[in-house]
Design a protein around this ligand. Structure first.
Ligand SMILES: [Mg+2]
Length: 370
């Protein structure tokens, strides 16, 4: 067998304009400020990864990640890119935490491995690409009238489910859901996400009040560190509870599952550190009888393609929140998942993750090679 070595790594900033600023209870995003990692093996194969740091959730920024990526890349030079377990250990030994930038390296290593195996990533992960992947579409925070308008627009566009950002106050949040239901009717399921915006008592009150509105589940109702009270909310809520910001990696998943603190996990590569840990989270969930959702920060279609491969390979993932690129005003990706309308994504049938970035789009971006 041929032994590969990592020859060099490209670190590239990726700035993508949004159609409009996006608000959740934790803050507002005006621009997708992501990082691309390209790991070059000495046989010419290139593995590509992308990460999208959400400062309010993961505590990482694009500029910090750019610097940290140089350290991480230096630690991988000359080593075997196919030994993913060992390479991820190298990353963890170089710097604690910083899961979002590590997820770009993890994604690049998996892309390289799948290219070396001449398999689409979903096949490498044991999937058959027989699952249909329909994303929900997110209505971000705004006035009840504005949010109802957007929900109606997404209903008309054929999305099967609409996700609604909440998390300001009891009066406002209940009014938002009332206005949305008045605009779109009761049939399409809603998902809600408070992004830690409520306290425990308020969360229980709001969730009880929202019981009649056909809601699949509620993400992260209270502050992420309060696992004990998350269980209290779950015990008292008629709406199932999904852990998002409180479950970054497999260790969080094990703790929350052991506590019976939630009904579902929301898996995001930006929190887990990538595909390797996402597989572990999903396995812990499966063992605990917990179904999972996949979600995103502000990734382009490239990282969403990697996420869709994961979905294709893991039947325990039943909810798909794969909509970030639909809020972007620009699409820098070549290949990758293709949007078929009405929420449907289709996977590419080529080795690896199956996408790249338009070189012309990247020309104006900051870049370094380690
Ligand atoms: Mg969420």
């Amino acid at each position: 067998m041929e032994n590969l070595k990592i020859d060099k790594t490209e670190v590239i900033e990726l700035n993508i304009a949004l159609k409009e600023p996006i608000s959740i209870s934790l803050g507002t995003v005006h621009l997708a400020e992501n990082i691309i990692i390209k790991i070059h093996a000495d046989n010419g194969l290139v593995g590509i990864g992308e990460a999208s740091p959400e400062i309010n959730i993961v505590g990482e920024t694009q500029s910090a990640e750019f610097e940290i990526a140089k350290l991480l890349a230096a630690g991988l030079k000359g080593k075997d890119p196919l030994a993913i377990e060992d390479r991820l250990r190298d990353l963890d030994r170089t710097i604690q935490g910083n899961y979002t930038i590590k997820s770009a390296f993890d994604m690049a290593l998996y892309d390289l491995l799948a290219k070396k195996a001449s398999l689409p990533l979903y096949q490498l992960l044991g999937g058959g690409n027989t699952r249909e992947i329909y994303t929900d579409m997110t209505v971000y925070l705004g006035s009840p009238e504005r949010m109802a308008e957007q929900a109606l627009e997404y209903k008309k566009a054929g999305f099967p489910t609409i996700k609604v950002k909440l998390g300001t106050s009891e009066e406002e949040d209940i009014e938002r859901i009332r206005a949305i239901r008045a605009a779109i009717g009761n049939e399409i399921p809603l998902r809600i996400d408070a992004n830690q915006g409520w306290d425990t008592v308020t969360a229980i009150k709001i969730l009880k009040a929202l019981a009649p509105f056909n809601i699949d589940h509620c993400e992260e109702p209270i502050p992420h560190w309060n696992n004990t009270d998350l269980r209290r909310v779950r015990d008292n809520s008629p709406i199932p509870i999904m852990a998002d910001e409180s479950v970054f990696d497999h260790r969080d998943a094990f703790r929350l599952a052991s506590m019976g603190a939630c009904d579902y996990f929301n898996i995001k590569f930006a929190k887990s550190g990538g595909i390797h840990n996402a597989i572990k989270i999903n396995a812990i969930a499966e063992a605990a009888g917990i179904k999972t959702q996949v979600g995103c920060m502000s990734e382009s279609r490239y990282a969403l393609t990697a996420l869709s491969h994961f979905v294709a390979a893991k039947n325990n993932v039943i909810y798909f929140d794969i909509d970030s690129s639909l809020s972007h005003a620009e699409d820098p990706v070549t290949g990758g998942i293709q949007y078929k309308g009405k929420g449907k994504w289709e996977l590419p049938q080529v080795p690896g993750i199956g996408g790249d970035f338009d070189p012309e789009f990247l020309e104006k971006m900051k870049k370094t090679i380690i």
